[in-house]
Design a protein around this ligand. Sequence first.
Ligand SMILES: [Ca+2]
Ligand SMILES: [Ca+2]
Length: 420
Amino acid sequence: MKKNFLFTMSLALAMAMPLAAQDDLVIYGDETTGIVWQNFAGPTNVQEVANPSPDAVNATGKCISMLRPKETGDTDEIGWPWEGALSESFDVPNIAEYNSLTMLVKKPYPGKVCVELQNLTGGNSSMIWGHYTAVDGSWQKLTFPIINISSLGETGLTKILVEIHREVENDNDNFEDCIMYADEITLHKAMPAFGFNGEDLNAGGWLPFPGDELSKKALIVDNPDKAGVNETVSCLKIVREKNDEVFAGAINRNLKVHDLSPYKYFTMLVKKDIAGPVALELQSPGETQKQVLSADYTEVGKWQELRFDIPENVLAGEPLQIIILQAHAVDTKEDETFTEPIDIYVDELYLSDGTTSTGNVVVSDVVSARIVKSELYSVNGTRVAVWDGASYIPSDVNSGVYILRQTDELGKVHSKKIFK
Ligand SMILES: [Ca+2]
Ligand SMILES: [Ca+2]
């Protein structure tokens, strides 16, 4: 009797909490029931198994495993880059209320991961890319933007396809047959963060452009010069050949920045062996709006931070979904001095509202008139620092929230809340 009562109570509670009210919704994980996974495109042996190495990122008990063979078979369809796991067990009619999806991934080799969100009748989201970057086989949480879901219609999300290692490996001597794992698929109302750093913010993954997705003309590599301004581990490498188009480079179709208007510029690190402009072609969903931002690379051979100013009314107010990264926006077909392919390195792409920069807190962009005096106040109103001009906040100021009060050359006072 008691059991029945509890069951009825929990059912009533479950019915009283519509899914729409939840910010985070775990749709596959240890706590979910009735999710059945099957092989996709080959005998990949998809099954639910005990978590082989619980750690801080994934301490849960079970997960999905997939066998990824190395060799590509002709007739038996093994080892294709699109092999993976498919489940038709989901029921999320209100998928449009969610903005990002996270999935835990564990595999012995870094590489691209794809998810496709589908409905019963074949509508699908197109591929959404992520990139697993760990080299120690640890669990890593990948974030995918929820985009291109209008074709899912009324039924919403019912199927998910996970392509766990969308890479060609049959000519890679370092790759062996292996098991790869996925777990804890969660929908979030929060927007995915914007940024690319090669380590953990992969912004959905870059692909060579134009041309073959699997050509390896754009891929994540070890940073070749950690002695300069970029000490980070990894970056994107783009191979530029003489006969490539002016706009050649890499494309990222998996961005989700709803509103660019609060931002003043993009910053991005570039390193190449010849000087020349780099461009970011911004596009809205469906490519209805396009805008090219350019910056000049001059410090030949070294990492250089480029700044791409964002104009007023960028993309006519539409969201940003696609960036074509034009690594060397020069016509090399006609350039007699350009003969051999060059490697171009790109890293640390971020949006800035003009008040912060990587490392130091830059305050010089707060207003356009020249600042002659800066004062920093705690939120309690105590003045903690004063200095001439704008420049950087003194390094001995503790981290925290402050009010920055600046006086410009015209005597006008500007105040702004800042974080250090
Ligand atoms: Ca789990
Ligand atoms: Ca990096």
